[in-house]
Write a protein that binds this ligand. Structure first.
Ligand SMILES: [Zn+2]
Length: 500
């Protein structure tokens, strides 16, 4: 297929594109943060020397018996509750039979007909369909991860590292409710935030502890049956998931428009080439010869245990965002950004609380500093909020200094920079360097008089009804005072002078 065909969305191709609807379902494999593996006591620590965290059970010696990890079950239940799913009090493990060099048993222990969680959902803000779109989650089931084949080192040889074999996974399967790559991205961000809030998965896509496969098909708008889908694999970032979906949608539409047929298959995404290639024909479930796992009894939970876990659930992203909207009068957008991670939300609340403790409880301003200056700084340095150069009290005090009129926005940015580089108390920094906002009317009036004298044409334009000139004049007064003048006072005095 031509590059041109992929990138062009205008003209005839654009109108063909518009006749199709995209249908996407996502399967997410989330590695659970248990200390030991799902069926044995081996450590799950990442990065150990190859084959040092194995035992006869996870290495699948004959005659050994698996014992289910209680913590893994708790984590799956919590995730199920977080997505409003139904937690089954009776679930069952099954054998999924297939050969893979890093799967020594020749089968994967998974859940098939009776998964631990069914019928959940989460809500996303869709770029196309608006706020609060419901995306169904068909099921969550537990299963074991496989090991890793290594093809580097000695020429002509391959190695297998079984340290990861037996690590507990949750597979979270969505309904085919997503309609664009943008929605897929929002869904993944929300799901990742939830598992991180719960502490059940670190959500790291690059390291493979939160992996996503995408099932993509297209159909003409109004069709009641789904088109033939392809499964996309090797998607190691949200951005790659979105790019791979966009590519696949264009590929399928082009194929159909040329009179061809989409073949059900698994395709491997290549981020460097920005394209995908077929990996294998897609298996159906019956190819795996599933049957109930004979070495494990059915998993029975009590309603009390589930209720106790429900009681102990932390505040989750949607609930937190709703609370931020009410309690701090934040916009839906700001609340969404600030609750995207628990650490960021906690940080913001600490900043707002510190500013409030100094008598200046303008949380909106605290939010602006966290999502604006600070976020830009962290982004530039490629670090998370946990490595913020500023403690919440420093930013909280800075916000208070702005609100009480001691610092202008411009001076505050300078103090912010100094604090990031040298640390320190914002009030002391401002005092030591004479960075104090000028709220002295006399001094401001002098600056205004100078500006009005320098720009008689602009003054005349303003008086002739060109209100826009006001911004320019305020800017000149701020400049004349090296940005130290209190902007509110400048506005007020300038309006008074111009009205004379
Ligand atoms: Zn083991």
């Amino acid at each position: 297929m031509s590059q041109k065909g992929l990138s062009t969305q205008s003209g005839a191709e654009g109108s063909a594109r518009a006749r199709y609807e995209t249908v996407i379902g996502l399967e997410v494999h989330a590695q659970m943060l248990t200390r030991s593996k799902i069926f044995c006591g081996c450590s799950t620590r990442f990065g150990a020397e190859a084959n040092t965290q194995i035992c006869p059970i996870c290495a699948a010696f004959p005659g050994v018996l698996p014992v289910l990890n209680r913590e893994a079950v708790q984590m799956a239940i919590k995730t199920g509750l977080a997505i409003d799913g139904q937690v089954r009090l009776l679930s069952e493990f099954a054998r999924k039979n297939y050969f893979y060099p890093d799967l020594p048993a020749g089968y994967q222990i998974s859940q098939y007909e009776l998964p631990i969680v069914e019928q959940g959902a989460l809500w996303i803000d869709s770029p196309e369909r608006g706020e609060g779109v419901r995306i169904g989650i068909t099921r969550i089931h537990m299963e074991v991860d496989a090991g890793k084949s290594l093809h580097e080192g000695i020429y002509g040889a391959s190695w297998v590292d079984l340290n990861r074999t037996g690590t507990p996974l949750m597979e979270i399967v969505s309904e085919p409710d997503l309609r664009s790559s943008g929605e897929a991205g929002e869904y993944l961000k929300k799901l990742r935030a939830i598992v991180r809030y719960l502490g059940v998965c670190d959500g790291n896509m690059e390291e493979g502890s939160f992996r996503c496969d995408a099932n993509v098909s297209v159909r003409l708008h109004g069709d009641s049956v789904f088109g033939t889908r392809c499964e996309l694999k090797n998607l190691n970032s949200i951005r790659n998931v979105m790019r791979a979906i966009d590519y696949e949608v264009e590929r399928q539409i082009e194929l159909l428009e040329e009179g061809g047929k989409v073949v059900q298959e698994t395709r491997l995404w290549n981020a460097d080439l920005n394209s995908s290639r077929p990996m294998r024909g897609k298996e159906d479930a019956h190819d795996y010869r599933y049957f109930p796992e004979p070495d494990l009894p059915p998993l029975r939970l009590t309603a009390e245990r589930v209720a106790a876990l429900r009681e102990a659930m932390p505040e989750l992203p949607d609930a937190k965002a709703a609370r931020f909207g009410q309690q701090y009068q934040l916009s839906r957008y700001d609340a969404g950004v600030l609750t995207s991670s628990r650490e960021l939300a906690d940080y913001f609340e600490a900043v707002a609380a510190h500013a409030a403790s100094l008598g200046h409880g303008n949380a909106k301003m605290a939010a602006n500093w966290v999502t604006g200056e600070l976020a830009a700084r962290l982004n530039r340095d490629g670090v998370e909020i946990g490595q913020s150069p500023l403690q919440p009290w420093q930013l909280g005090k800075l916000v208070a200094l702005i609100q009480q009129g001691t610092l202008s926005g411009k001076l505050a940015k300078e103090v912010f920079e100094i604090m990031c580089q040298e640390g320190g108390d914002p009030q002391q920094i401002a005092e030591q360097r004479g960075m104090r906002q000028v709220s002295d009317e006399g001094a401001i009036d002098v600056a205004i008089a100078r500006v009005l004298a320098s720009y008689p044409d602009d003054v005349a334009q303003y008086r002739a009804g060109k209100g826009k000139v006001m911004g320019f004049l305020v800017g000149q007064v701020m400049k004349a005072t090296q940005g130290k003048a209190n902007p509110a006072l400048v506005n007020q005095r300038l309006l008074a002078k111009l009205a004379e």
